[in-house]
Design a protein around this ligand. Sequence first.
Ligand code: DP6
Length: 360
Amino acid sequence: MNIKKFIFSSEERHIEKVKFTCKTPSNIALVKYWGKSEPQIPKNASISFTLNNCHTITTIEFEKHQNKTIDFDLFFEGKKKDDFKPKIQKFFERIAEYCPYLYDYKMVINSENSFPHSSGIASSASGMSAIAMCLMNLEKVLNPTISDEFFNKKASFLARLGSGSASRSIEGKLVVWGQHDKIEGSSDLFGIKFPYKIAPIFEDYQDTILLVDKGEKQVSSTVGHNLMHNHPYAEQRFIQANENLEKLSEILQNGDVKTFINIVESEALTLHAMMLTSNPYFILMKPNTLEIINKIWEYRNENNSNICFTLDAGANVHILYPKSEKTEIEQFIDKELSKYCQNNQYICDSIGLGGTIIND
Ligand code: DP6
């Protein structure tokens, strides 16, 4: 798709004041995005499950002003948050060429997450995608002729410019971001819904997130991505990720859970191996992350279970499993794994459908 198509031009209606509330989910990557070039172009294609319960709800009030600047106030969970502003300011500046109406409105942004603050769950995916969806709702009011397909593509395109993984938080249940020869319609510019039929077992997959370490990460994703430049294993890693996506695409269609487990766990450990072998090197896993992984392997072997894990750029562990095993795996988590979590805390989630507008 030609990038120029995303530049807003025709204002069909004059809007003085309007407000939108959007809810967008977090997502968990199965094939990881780690390494990018300007402007937010991934070095390999990635795929994620869209989550259901972990989400951000954002309201933006737009009021027309004349001073032709990007002007906004930001509130997080009811409190003014000026320290979050530079990131959002940078985001707006990046997308202003595609959304020139940003200069026409003073914005008041109110945001809240469903998951506990500083739980170590990345909030940039749900946070940036919620803002992008609010903007697209304004755009649709200014120009009602845009199609739903364009709405979602551009929402994902904008979200990507805020945070790469946010491009995968507009739709569900599985989203691919990054151009891949074997995935029809895939693009580096925006996420697309996985374009093939998903095997029933993956339709309602479960994700229980064990909150191992709720503290601030020592190394941000942005710094981590940058360390993939000149990384000795980077090129091989990007090839491997694209190969894994091709394999996973088949698996998601044919329901081969055993191979799914192998690829997903290998992706998680490879992501962290990239961190261990960067220069400077760093470790985001904690001793309890490893305890949990070993317990999962033990449980899987002893019970012939389909439980597996994946990791984000942090110490928390996402436990993935089919819904048919929910009762026994939840018992196992509660009895054997919750003790490795901070304050025994974990979040039960499952595959979700993507962002929604709550009211206007
Ligand atoms: C490990 O999307 O947070 O979660 O584009 O710099 O905002 P930026 O990075 P971000 O990176 C996410 C990395 C990951 C893997 C993934 O979600 O694919």
